[in-house]
Design a protein around this ligand. Structure first.
Ligand code: ADP
Ligand code: ASP
Ligand code: MG
Length: 406
């Protein structure tokens, strides 16, 4: 019998009416297959729980945060199981640990170590739909952990691998992976098929429709992932290893991603000598602050300026740390700004196509948008620009690569 894992995100389960709608979809799927459902917390529950924690403590211990945050998903799972039973489908809900999800001890950013899905398989064999609370697992000591924001996608793909499902379906609030965020750019189109590699790059560049770690697991185990809407019947996007039957027929650019959770830090007048970069970036790495784009100016009179980006959500911590670091490396000072954003052009067709750079810079120049920093890999080009111009930049690049007509 076919076995599928379906994951429903926060918006899809935000109210009792939506839970009943999801129950009907799951019931229909369960008519012809064994179904495991992974659910997120309802609506904005996770944000509300974080705010609640900060109302009683300025620095809540991460172990206690995980106990608290995991409860969001634990509310959704039994409610959906009840709605399924009410719709005439036998169902059982399980927490992440009950589903056998074992993780590392890194609270709030735990990694899945392995999954022993025996209980899930037993319940499937007993003819039930199994509803699993996403975003969570437990350490060997049975401490509850969470997998990082957006982590229910990771739970779903990992469970699909563990129960040997045919595919993993990610149900969300848009009709699939689009050529750009459809909420920013209504003319964005659904991409019917995309490779893991391109999806990973889009997700890492800010297209939050699926979490990059979920894509990584899908790629590592060859699990086909479909992204589609809870609210319509559009077939959505299939993520798999080969996008096109015709090997040579590749699209140069697959999509434009943007990210606004970004800030720029500049260390001024840093001595241009060996070891200085290590003194700056070592402490940031120790604090798990992800440095993204780094630019070092040409040195003048033995000193240089170093600029780099960090998530805006980590800026306060980065600034606290850099106060000491700036003194230690004898920088003349440092500045930080958060009114910037990242815009990325992604596609495996960028390989060996130098003209793409010129097209990107021309499109942004014609829209009057200044590029503050640039970084690129074989399959993406990222520009840091003024945050107020994000929509204009995404629109200009989308048009330059004719993505509205794929
Ligand atoms: P869920 O709660 O279902 O996990 P998310 O809010 O995490 O949903 O992700 C869905 C959102 O991702 C969409 O509402 C959309 O605004 C955003 N998004 C960003 N980039 C893209 C893209 N390229 N294609 C589709 N959605 C995108
Ligand atoms: N509820 C968690 C979050 O909001 C996990 C998820 O929805 O994927 O980040
Ligand atoms: Mg999500």
């Amino acid at each position: 019998m076919t076995r599928v894992v379906q994951k429903y995100g926060g918006t899809s389960v935000a109210s009792p009416a939506r839970l009943r709608r999801v129950a009907r979809r799951v019931r229909d799927a369960a008519a012809g297959a064994q179904v495991v459902v992974v659910v997120s917390a309802m609506g904005e529950t996770t944000d509300e729980l974080i705010a609640l924690a900060h109302s009683v403590s300025t620095d809540p211990p991460s172990r206690e945060m995980d106990m608290l945050l995991s409860s969001g998903e634990i509310i959704t799972a039994p409610l959906l199981a009840m709605a399924l039973e009410a719709a005439g489908t036998r169902a059982v809900s399980l927490t992440g640990p009950q589903a056998g999800i074992r993780t590392s001890r890194a609270h709030r950013t735990a990694r899945i170590v392995d999954i022993v899905p025996q209980r899930v398989l037993d319940e499937l064999d007993a003819g039930k739909v199994v509803v699993v609370a996403g975003f969570q697992g437990a350490t060997e000591e049975l401490d509850i952990t969470t997998l990082g924001r957006g982590g229910s996608d990771t739970s779903a793909v990992a469970l699909a691998v563990a129960v040997r499902a045919q595919r993993c379906e990610i149900f969300t609030d848009v009709s699939g992976v689009h050529t750009a965020d459809p909420r920013l750019l209504p003319e964005a189109r659904v991409i019917p098929v995309i490779t893991y590699e391109e999806m990973l790059e889009l997700a890492a560049a800010g297209a939050r429709v699926i979490h990059p770690r979920a894509v990584e697991i899908g790629e590592a185990y060859g699990m086909e992932i479909r992204v589609r809407s809870t609210f319509d019947e559009h077939p959505g996007t299939t993520i798999r290893s080969v996008a096109n039957a015709n090997m040579e027929e590749r699209q140069k650019v697959r999509g434009i991603a943007h990210e606004t959770d970004v800030a720029k830090v500049t260390l001024l007048g840093v001595p241009d000598s060996p070891g200085v970069a290590a003194s700056i970036f070592g402490p940031l790495a120790d604090e798990h602050i992800a440095v993204d784009i780094v630019v070092q100016n040409v040195s003048h009179a033995g000193t240089t300026d170093v600029s780099f980006t960090v998530p805006e959500s980590d800026l306060r911590r980065a600034q606290q740390m850099l106060d000491g670091v700036a003194k230690q490396v004898r920088a003349s000072g440092f500045s930080a700004t958060a009114d910037i954003a990242k815009v990325s052009v992604v596609g495996t067709g960028l390989r060996g196509t130098p003209s793409v750079f010129a097209q990107i810079f021309r499109a942004l120049a014609e829209a009057g948008i200044n590029i503050q920093m640039i970084s690129s890999s074989e399959i993406h080009v990222t520009c840091i620009i003024d945050r107020a111009r994000v929509r204009d930049a995404v629109r200009a690049l989308h048009a330059a690569f004719e993505l509205e007509s794929i």
